[in-house]
Structure formats: C-alpha cells, structure tokens
Design a protein around this ligand. Structure first.
Ligand code: NAD
Length: 479
C-alpha cells in the first residue's frame, strides 16, 4: 500500500462544499493516496469576527502538509476584510499562478476551438499588495509594487514550465508603453531570462491588444507570462472564450508549497442547488495529483473526465442542445466520471500526465548599484492654482534644489499648462538638484518643514534617485 500524502482541504463557501464533495469522491474512487486534513476558512470565520478569514490552527495544517486543495470562498466586497485568497498566496509565497485553459470542441461550445494555452500569472506583487490611501478629499491611490526578484522568479518559472511541458513559445504581456518602470522592469527581465532559453520562442504584446488576441486569435499563444492583475483578467477572458469559467483549474506554486483550486468564485446565486460544474476544481485537483507525485491517478481521472464530456454528459453551464446527451447535476456528473475511470476518450486526445520537477532553482543574485539622491517629489493637498502653489514654493529657499515642475494627476501643469486640463486637489511638486549635484535627506526634511511653515499641506514625498547614473523615476506627461 502506497503511503498517503497529507493534504489540507477547505470546503469553502457558496458552491464550494458541493463541488469539493464531488471532487473528493472522484479522487477516492480513482485511488488517490491522500490523507485529508479539513480546515475551515472564509465566510463563517468572517462572520465570527475573524477578519483574516483563517485561524492559526489552519496555518499549522498548511505548514505541515504544504499542499492545499481549496474550494472557492466568498470575499466580502469593499472595506473591512482582506481577500483570504490573496493572504494565503502571499503568506505561503505562492508566486506562480498556473492556469491551463483549453477548449473542448465541439462538446463544450466555444468561440475558439483551437484555444490551448497556459497562463502563468505573477501571484504576489503588483496592485495586489493592496496598499491604498486616501490622500486628499478628491484623490485615492493604490501602490503598484513590482520587484526584480519577483519578475525573475516568475519569468524563469514560465520558461522552465515551457521546457518541462514541451511548450514552444512564451509570450509576455505588459503595459510598458505607459508604465515604463514597473511593467518596463517585467518586460526587461523577461528578455534577460528569455535569452537563457534560446530554444523557446518568445514575444511580447501590449496588454490591450494582447488581451484582444487572447479572445480573438488564441491559437497564437502557447504560454503567457504576465503581471498579477493582467493575469487575473486574461485568464477569465480565456476561460470564457474556451467555454465556461466552470471548467478551468489553477495551481498556485511556491518553493515547496502548492495550492490548487478552480479559477471561478463561490457562485453564491447557484449554491445549494446541485447545478454547479465541479470540473474547474477537478482540474485543480488533477494538477495537485501531478504535483504530489501521483500522475497516474491524475491521468486516469483526466481521461475519465474527457470521456464524460465527449459523451455529452454535461452540467447546466456547458449544456447545449446540439452536443449534450444528458443534463446532470453536480453529484451526478461526479458519478459519471467515476463510472468512466479506466476508460479512454475516443474523440479527444487522451492525457498522460508526468510529474516533472522543474530543474532550475530560483536563486536571486542581488547586484549592488550606485544610488544617488537627485531630487524629491513632494505631494500636496491644495485647492490653490498651479501658479499660486509655484509662487508659494518659490518663496522658500531650497538650497541645492530647484522647483522644476508641478503635475496634477500625472499631467505637467507648471511651468507650462493647457487651459483644458482638469485640476484636482492633488499636486506633485518636483524638486531637482542643481546640475550634477546630489542632495541629502536632511535637505529634504528641511524643505518639508519649510513647506509646512508656509501653510501648504504635504501628503507624501518620493525621493528621486539614479541607479548607476540611470534616471529611476517617471516624467510627467508633457514634462
Ligand atoms: P464567480 O466565478 O463565483 O461567478 C461568475 C459566474 O460564473 C456566475 O454566473 C456563476 O454562477 C458562474 N459560475 C462560477 N462557477 C461556476 C461553476 N462551477 N458552475 C457553473 N457556473 C459557475 O464570480 P463572482 O460572482 O464574481 O464572485 C462570487 C464570489 O466568489 C465573490 O465573493 C468573489 O470574491 C469570490 N471569488 C473567489 C475566488 C476564489 O476563492 N479563488 C475567485 C473568484 C471570486
């Protein structure tokens, strides 16, 4: 008897308990060697006042098993609680979100029958840091944080995944025509890491046209690697184009950890009706079985699922009058898959999973660059005009720095402005050092003191630096 692998399981909210019940029955019937540790997370805990949605004992289970099969959970919208999904991903360092999306024509109606791609989404950084502030009455901000090690790790993971899974091309999607530093870093690192993989084709698309192509000509993609937010959107677009958000699964991978789930949410409006499709979570569970070294069980389930689909046994979300033969509920769908364990599909190409450990470790070598402080952006909350703000600021002696520019929501409005530009109460006042000079932190502190003394309300400041002489801050539009 093979030793059982302990896994942590959460039944989740909404349709979670039904689809998890169905999936676990399939895993058991297929002979998966797993030891289940069930934890409670999500809505029930939020209601008990546990705003993290997870208890300490559950973290202990996750640390022990390092494998998590998770049904979707309901995240209350707006303020109050943090998304538990994001908390788990970030706490356990699950930096790669791997979402294979394929079409199953003609049995699952699809707009794009050739869809067969894997979306590899950076899973920890970007706007998902959730660092937001209201800075003035009119303006709120979110910080988009992108790190070099984060980019290196996810880009390397994508290329290693391509090699391990015999995929030919990795496409990078960013918006670096606008976000030149953050998305620019991701694109730059993609090129650097990509150069180490000469046998894998590579290309890059700007987010807007890239997403349009995912929907319109998905067959040009093989693997997509992208930033957190874009990956979230692109993978739902891809899943819907493939046929249904109900059929795609996802793996969240970190060093030594794996969390497996469906890509969809808790679908509260159809909960408790036995109509949800358990296939997305089942695809997540198949990825989990490969991850824990039980690829033959994964293969058996994958082929039984394909056979069920091609025989037209469908849940409501994928039911069609043309190709479906039987409309079944969640549990009956699971019964149909169980009845076909050991059978091979006849229309679809059978799957044959192998556990393929990625052979590169993701070591990060920090390069020390020479950092020089060359200025400061001081952000103000004010209802004065740009000229009035400039006159006040110019009344202050700022030693080696000069007021170079004032911008409002990213648009330069002083010394040049256009009458059409809308002005909010949020200003960025850029001070730059006189030619070639460096400034000190003490000078910035003195400047901020003086700004306060003349009655201006500074809300934050950002230092302006160069690294090895390279300018490391963005220019305002029109600057
Ligand atoms: P959703 O994915 O739950 O539902 C979107 C649509 O798809 C709905 O029409 C739903 O009925 C349908 N659908 C989803 N899964 C299905 C399935 N298995 N079978 C048949 N139809 C299915 O997205 P939403 O409505 O935006 O979010 C609902 C809740 O889920 C929110 O609280 C959200 O925060 C949460 N959510 C959780 C996760 C997660 O736990 N990983 C992911 C996304 C959303």
């Amino acid at each position: 008897m093979a030793t059982k692998t302990p896994i942590t399981i959460a039944y989740g909210d909404g349709i979670g308990p039904e689809i998890m019940g169905a999936v676990l029955r399939i895993l058991d019937a297929a002979g998966a060697q797993i030891e289940k540790e069930v934890i409670e997370i999500g809505e029930k805990l939020y209601k008990k006042g546990i705003s993290s949605g997870i208890e300490d004992s559950s973290w202990e289970s996750l640390r022990r098993t390092k494998v998590f099969l998770k049904a979707p959970i309901t995240t209350p919208q707006g303020g109050g609680v943090k998304s538990l999904n994001v908390t788990v991903r970030k706490t356990l360092g699950l930096y790669a979100n791997v979402r294979p999306v394929a079409a199953y024509p003609p049995f699952i109606e699809t707009l794009k029958p050739k869809m067969d791609m894997v979306i590899i989404r950076e899973n920890e950084e970007d706007l998902y840091a959730g660092i937001e502030h209201q800075q003035t009455q009119e303006v709120v901000q979110a910080l988009k944080l992108i790190s070099r090690p984060g980019c290196e790790r996810i880009c390397r993971y994508a290329f290693e995944y391509a090699i391990a899974h015999n995929r030919k091309k990795v496409s990078c999607i960013t918006k670096d025509n606008i976000m030149k530093l953050t998305d620019g870093l991701f694109h730059k690192v993609f090129n650097e890491i990509g150069a180490e993989y000469p046998d894998v084709e590579k290309d890059h698309y700007i987010l807007d046209i890239g997403t349009a192509y995912v929907a319109e000509k998905p067959d040009i993609f093989d693997i997509i690697v992208t930033l957190n937010l874009y990956g979230d959107v692109i993978s739902d677009v891809a899943a819907e184009v493939a046929g249904s958000v109900g059929i795609a699964g996802s793996a969240n991978i970190g060093d030594g950890f794996g969390m497996f789930e469906a890509i969809h949410g808790s679908a509260p409006t159809i909960a408790g009706q036995n109509i949800a499709n358990p296939s997305g979570l089942l695809q997540g569970a198949i990825q989990m079985l490969v991850h824990i070294g039980q690829p033959e069980v994964a293969t058996k389930i994958g082929n039984a699922w394909l056979r069920t689909i091609e025989q037209g046994i469908h849940t409501k979300d994928i039911y069609s009058y043309k190709y479906s033969t039987e409309l079944v509920g969640t549990q009956e769908f699971a019964d149909a898959v169980i009845a076909r364990l050991g059978e091979m599909p006849e229309h679809f190409k059978p799957v044959g999973f192998k556990t393929r450990p990625l052979h590169k470790t993701f070591e990060y070598k920090r390069k020390t660059k020479k950092k020089a402080l060359v200025g400061v952006d001081v952000f103000l909350d004010s209802v004065l005009s740009p000229e009035e703000i400039a006159a006040k600021l110019q009344s202050i002696d700022s030693k080696d720095m000069k007021l170079a520019m004032i911008a409002n929501r990213g648009v330069g409005v002083w010394p040049e402005s256009k009458p059409e530009t809308f002005l909010s109460d949020h200003w960025r006042c850029r001070y730059l050092a006189d030619d070639g000079k460096n400034i000190s932190h003490a000078e910035i502190v003195t400047l901020l003191d003086k700004i306060t003394e003349i009655g201006l309300d500074f809300i934050k400041m950002e230092t302006l630096c160069t690294f090895d002489g390279e300018v490391a801050y963005s220019l305002a539009q029109g600057e």
